[in-house]
Design a protein around this ligand. Sequence first.
Ligand code: ADP
Ligand code: ADP
Length: 229
Amino acid sequence: DAVIRCEKLGKTYAEGNLRTPVFADLELSVARGETVAIVGASGAGKSTLLHLLGGLDAPTEGEVFVAGRSMSKLGDRARGELRNQALGFIYQFHHLLPEFTALENVMMPLLIAGRPVAQAAAKARGLLERVGLGARLDHKPGELSGGERQRAAVARALVNDPACVLGDEPTGNLDERTAATVFELMLELNREQGTSLVLVTHDRRLARRLDRTLELTGGRLHPLTPDEV
Ligand code: ADP
Ligand code: ADP
């Protein structure tokens, strides 16, 4: 019952004559409710892997299955729907839309999924309250602190009840205390809703709190023992 599964996944960037092989033959399976850290040196291919898992880029070999469906075999529209329905994304920089309020930003994935406005607003408001932003609903990203923006981004990532959240250094841009708060929030939502987490992080303390840690190095994914993390 994997939420995400990779089969013989490979990626080589090609620009003109320049070929950059990043990884090959990666196998990864993330179970429902499981939390996985991906660590590795800068340039190892962590962001590339996360982009492939999220269907933002196509692999050069192998396949990614999300909720049992092959991303590469779907058309653009169906892939977009699957991403919107099954996955949530949290980046180092929040990617909230500056001209919209916190509430509108969090409602957006539901509106895209075709839910009625009143229902989307109620759900988004509930989640924003849950992340401690109940008094900031009508603030635009520019009127929020860094931690508040990142918490709004967490709410947006979770508003569709995704099976899995993909995070690329989701707390990397925050001071230590705010990072800890945002991280604890993700763990709580994992515990309460069974949302799987796949987090790229360079923070080993954060990685240690997750179910398992994989190191991407030399184009391979190596499981680390708890002692190695
Ligand atoms: P990490 O996230 O671990 O720092 P990346 O996935 O960003 O690593 O990059 C892995 C390798 O792929 C690096 O050598 C990087 O230069 C290269 N790379 C990343 N994106 C592109 C791209 N769009 N075109 C060409 N090469 C890329
Ligand atoms: P310790 O060094 O004993 O882990 P800290 O006070 O530094 O204690 O951290 C307290 C908690 O906050 C720890 O459980 C840790 O996992 C978490 N934490 C610390 N720094 C970060 C960070 N940058 N991102 C997310 N969580 C963090």
